[in-house]
Design a protein around this ligand. Structure first.
Ligand SMILES: NC(=O)c1ccc[n+]([C@@H]2O[C@H](COP(=O)([O-])OP(=O)(O)OC[C@H]3O[C@@H](n4cnc5c(N)ncnc54)[C@H](OP(=O)(O)O)[C@@H]3O)[C@@H](O)[C@H]2O)c1
Length: 296
């Protein structure tokens, strides 16, 4: 099979390599679509040398249509996945959409669950145009919340309105002017503090990404200075979620898709051989929704 190998200086090359061999409790997936994200950039920056790629959609040798979450090895024509990390993909959901939902949908859905977003509440989504944000916006809207989406352009703002955002904040020109019951933050970085200050009494803040970096400890000072308002801070990583909980989350995601309340948001595709260009595109930070590699 062909796979994207990591050569010296983290150069990515599509090359022939032996087919992967499954161990006990594993299955081989014929890969059709591969999700590309920040997590892959971090994997390479941290000096990893094996084939990148953590989420794939395709078919098992038995013909099951699946989404598979793996630790690495996804940028390939075939990959090995643990069978408890295979999630069913219904007919009608194509492989591109399956990975465009994938990890991001489980993170967005998990963030909305943890913060118990309720009908009529005000929710602020930071990084709303990103892979997680476009899904969090739709899921919070589906629960009846009034969603404010933070983004960086009028065009993205308009697209986020079509996904259910009631209000748009253009972060290049303004700051959110209201207070919120829930903040879903995929960005983190130096502005966490000012966003924590926006919580209403009994508000919940979930950090589920860090595109703008790790905040300084002082960012969390409002938890004590606003103690009388009982704020709650969650950090939410899918890594800590058991396969059973992930499966339940995926089922809830598929139910929303079937109801027409949630749709995958496609940015663009690249062929597997252009993995380096796809990663550069993601690094540039101008995508709206999900970037995907396709095996043709
Ligand atoms: N919790 C988990 O288990 C989990 C799983 C997977 C990924 N993640 C993490 O979640 C984060 C987001 O992932 P993603 O795939 O949604 O990313 P993404 O598609 O690249 O989107 C990030 C968005 O954040 C905005 N942004 C970028 N830099 C910013 C800055 N300096 N200040 C404010 N906004 C900025 C951009 O939108 P605008 O320009 O429109 O504002 C961008 O589209 C990443 O850190 C990723 O590693 C977490």
């Amino acid at each position: 099979m062909k796979a994207v190998l990591v050569e010296p200086q983290q150069r990515l090359v599509l090359a022939e390599t032996p087919d992967p061999a499954p161990g006990p409790g594993q299955a081989v997936v014929e890969v059709e679509a591969i999700g590309v994200g920040y997590v892959d950039l971090m994997y390479l920056r941290n000096g990893a040398t094996s084939v990148p790629g953590v989420e794939i959609a395709g078919r098992t040798k038995q013909g099951q249509r699946v989404l598979a979450l793996v630790l690495s090895g996804g940028y390939a024509e075939q990959a090995v996945a643990d069978t408890d990390q295979l999630y069913p993909v219904p007919e009608g959901l194509d492989p591109f959409d399956a990975v465009a939902l994938g990890v991001n949908a489980m993170v967005a859905e998990g963030a909305v669950q943890r913060t118990a977003v309720a009908r009529g509440e005000r929710v602020l989504v930071r990084g709303a145009s990103g892979g997680i944000g476009v899904l969090a916006t739709q899921i919070a809207h589906a629960r009846g919340a009034e969603v404010t989406a933070v983004t960086s352009s009028a065009e993205y703002g308009e697209r986020l309105r079509t996904l259910g955002a009631a209000k748009i904040v253009d972060r290049t020109r303004e700051r959110p002017g209201e207070t919120y019951d829930v903040v879903i933050d995929t960005v983190a970085g130096p502005q966490v503090r000012e966003h924590l200050e926006l919580l209403r009494p009994n508000g919940r803040y979930v950090l589920c990404g860090g595109t703008a970096g790790i905040p300084e400890p002082e960012a969390f000072a409002p938890l004590m200075s606003n103690f009388h308002t009982s704020p709650t801070l969650f950090a939410f990583s899918l890594t800590s979620v058991s396969p059973e909980e992930r499966r339940k989350s995926w089922d809830r995601v598929l139910a929303l898709v079937a109801d027409g309340q949630l749709s995958a948001v496609r940015d663009r595709t690249f062929p597997l051989g252009e993995a380096a260009a796809a990663l550069q595109y993601v690094e540039h930070g101008k995508s709206f929704g999900k970037v995907v590699l396709l095996n043709e």
